[in-house]
Design a protein around this ligand. Structure first.
Ligand code: SAH
Length: 252
């Protein structure tokens, strides 16, 4: 059986308890290259076959899984953050279904959550934004035209831009083209929750320059939106003394 496991954003103690248990019993671990903290592999039992998928094709990953199945051991397919965003898991799950190999999926802490924690930020401030857009710039992987960064920026929602730290000038241009005022708060979070984590707060108008100054080109998220200012929001209704909920009688 194959267990897809979210490794979390980097810090080894941000792995789930279930993910840890699966790693400890696996006979084969295939981890997603440099974005998975190698410290997690210390959980592998003696004799576990360990592969770095950075140098492998989908076919080679499937071969390694087939060998583990033939040996009667479970495989953990360890993906950075949570496997459900930019994890390329669908194609693996479909191939495993075709091979008749069962699988399950254990979530992890996505880097967009690790980045918010590092900044002490809440994406969904009442009166500011109640929407988080997770996206990327088109690189070699295309992005549907209707999801262009400029089109998404027009919503002025909280945004998390993955896989684009090497193209900050294009990110900045697209955000401005979409109508994001240049003074809109932005942040770059490099290697959130790793010891070498770097946080750069700036504005959309200064994004590319700030990234260049900090030497950030990869393994970073771009966060954009007024939520980063952490001001101008309304108090929550849930904890408002005057608000009645199913659990509490409001008093004016
Ligand atoms: N499934 C992962 C994303 C994989 S795509 C998740 O849930 O986080 C790889 C991209 O994720 C990187 O290019 C970078 O944009 C982002 N990323 C992954 N880990 C990160 C981290 N610790 N800090 C900042 N960005 C990270």
């Amino acid at each position: 059986m194959v267990h897809f496991v979210g490794a979390g954003p980097g810090a080894p103690d941000l792995l789930t308890l279930r993910g840890a248990a699966l790693l400890e019993q696996a006979g084969c671990i295939i981890y997603a290259g440099s974005l998975v903290n190698p410290a997690l592999l210390a959980r592998a039992r003696d004799g576990c076959a360990i592969y770095n998928s950075a140098g492998m094709t989908l076919e080679q990953v499937l071969d390694a899984i087939r060998r583990a199945e033939a040996a009667g051991v479970d495989t953990v397919r360890l993906h950075t953050g949570d496997p459900c965003v930019y994890g390329a898991i669908r194609e693996q799950m479909d191939a495993l279904d075709a091979l008749g190999i069962p699988w399950d999926d254990t979530p992890g802490v996505s880097s967009f959550c690790g980045a918010a924690a590092a900044l002490g930020a809440e994406y969904t401030l009442p009166g500011v934004s109640q929407t988080v857009i997770i996206t990327r710039l088109a690189g070699r992987t295309p992005v549907p035209e209707r999801e262009s960064l400029a089109a998404l920026a027009a919503h002025r929602a909280s945004m998390v831009i993955f896989l684009s730290a090497g193209m900050l000038d294009r990110v900045q241009a697209a955000l401005l083209e979409g109508g994001c005022p240049p003074e809109t708060p932005a942040a770059l979070v490099y290697k959130a929750t790793w010891p070498e984590e770097k946080l750069v707060r700036c504005t959309v108008g200064a994004l590319a320059q700030s990234g260049a100054d900090a030497g950030i080109r990869s393994t970073a998220l771009v966060l954009v939106g007024d939520f980063l200012a952490g001001s101008g929001y309304q108090r929550s209704k849930l904890y408002d003394p005057a608000f009645t909920t199913g659990y509490r009688e409001g008093r004016a």
